[in-house]
Design a protein around this ligand. Structure first.
Ligand code: LLP
Length: 426
């Protein structure tokens, strides 16, 4: 469910017309519906209501402060993967004991900052990282709370770039070695082993891989408890997929089905469950609005050239991802065209849609790329020296700019010319 609907022939976000926002802030821009965001958080949380749990929203999906603030104010914790994301969490006042720190390459300064903040736990991905966290915690006179992220070797059946739970992926501690690594961690003086973590991938559209992974993890948990290793937190990561509009029959499961299947496996176990959803919370709460610059009729194909590019929204370029495209203003005629929707970047992978049947767009029309609230803005870059776009949030009939469009000056403000060296003539 979301709040992007037509009122008459104009696409609205909640009660604000997207053409109106475009007039005010220019294009391109991302627009988020706060009501959709909060609805998704509530539905996800309610699905787990019967069991002690903490929803740690995965910041990487959309890290705008206004988005984090809305979620945190409504009870979410955060899953962070860098010092930058931790900083954002602190900025919006997220309680440190509701933040978990994941990721395969935590730097020493990031570990220090997280310990200083007092986070709930580190999800540790290697023996080398255990040693590092143990040393840093020792230097700080603390005990670091840790979970081990185990790799259950389960096929999440998603795009290879976003599959993480297979033996060949770089993530997690190999399942067969987990027990031994747990024993090692138990012996480290500055660690407190409190959790078990696994995450198998993203945009997972069936329940089975999650259940399979959980079954494996529960076996391990039994062994750990048998050895007196007191696991209190079970973190099952994120990964639940969302509909992008082309699925037909294969619609990803509703959070209540996903939760139901997991909770069935957990019956009778006294744990606190941690979940790290990202996409399912923000994906369909955001839309990317661009303007048609040119209609270009090629020899083989038609191209709709927009002012948004792969630097602004790179999911199609990177994963060949499908995103529904809608006209912001529906025309009266039902004339259609088959076209590629592309950006101005000097790469052939700069596209939002390929050979798509679309309304007959014209120069100056606005078009909306749907389901771009997750991994849209956060993966954007300045490639081709394009300033990063604006982000807007809508609440009912009001909208606010939650990130200003970058200026050309901001584009170069951290750069410097190489200054003449001492003794060099000018
Ligand atoms: N937890 C961990 C440890 C993760 O690595 C991820 C995502 C999540 C949670 C959140 O997963 P979600 O619920 O959003 O699926 N850029 C890609 C997705 C990369 C996902 C990386 N990890 C895309 O645009 O599809």
């Amino acid at each position: 469910m979301d709040h992007f609907c037509y009122h008459g022939d104009t696409l609205f976000c909640e009660d604000v017309s997207l053409s109106h926002i475009a007039q005010q802030v220019g294009t391109p821009f991302y627009c988020y519906s706060e009501a959709t965001l909060l609805h998704h958080l509530a539905v996800f949380g309610e699905a787990f209501a019967g069991y002690p749990h903490l929803v740690c929203y995965s910041v990487k999906a959309n890290s705008n402060l206004a988005v984090l603030d809305a979620l945190v104010r409504h009870g979410a914790g955060l899953d962070v993967v860098s010092g930058g994301e931790l900083f954002r969490g602190q900025k919006v006042g997220c309680a440190a004991n509701k933040m978990v720190f994941s990721g395969v390459g935590k730097r020493e300064d990031e570990i220090r900052a997280a310990l200083q903040a007092g986070i709930l736990m580190f999800n540790v991905e290697s023996v080398a990282e255990l040693h590092r966290i143990n040393r840093v915690a020792g230097e700080m006179g603390l005990k670091a709370p840790v979970a081990l992220r185990v790799n259950p070797d389960v096929d999440a059946k998603t795009h290879p770039h976003i599959s993480t739970g297979l033996r060949r992926n770089k993530f997690g501690i190999p399942f067969g070695k987990a027990l031994q690594v747990y024993r090692q961690a138990q012996r480290m003086p500055h660690l407190q082993v409190i959790g078990l973590d696994c995450h198998i991938g993203s945009q997972v559209t069936t329940i089975n891989p999650f259940v399979e992974a959980l079954k494996r993890v529960m076996e391990l948990l039994k062994q750990l408890r048998g050895e007196g290793i007191p696991i209190r937190y079970l973190d099952l990561g994120g990964g639940l997929g969302i509909p992008y509009g082309q699925e037909e029959s294969k619609i990803p499961p509703h959070p209540s089905l996903y939760a139901g299947a997991l909770l069935q496996e957990l019956q009778g176990s006294d744990l606190t469950l941690i979940l790290e959803p990202g996409r399912v919370i923000v994906g369909n709460a955001g839309i990317f609005v661009v303007r048609v610059e040119y209609i270009k009729e090629g020899e083989e194909k038609n191209f709709i050239v927009t002012d948004g590019g792969m630097n602004d929204m790179m999911r199609p370029a990177l994963y060949d991802a499908y995103h529904t495209i809608l006209p912001v203003q529906r025309h009266f005629s039902d004339d259609e065209m088959v076209a590629d929707v592309v950006g101005p970047i000097c790469e052939s992978s700069d596209f939002f849609a390929r050979e798509r049947l679309l309304p007959r767009f014209e120069e100056g029309d606005l078009l909306a790329v749907r389901s771009t609230g997750a991994y849209g803005f956060t993966m954007s870059s300045n490639y081709n020296s394009r300033p990063r776009v604006a982000e807007v949030m809508v609440r009912g009939g009001a909208f606010q700019v939650i990130r200003r469009r970058e200026t050309l000056e901001q584009l170069v403000e951290n750069e410097a010319l190489f200054a003449p060296l001492a003794g060099e003539g000018v």
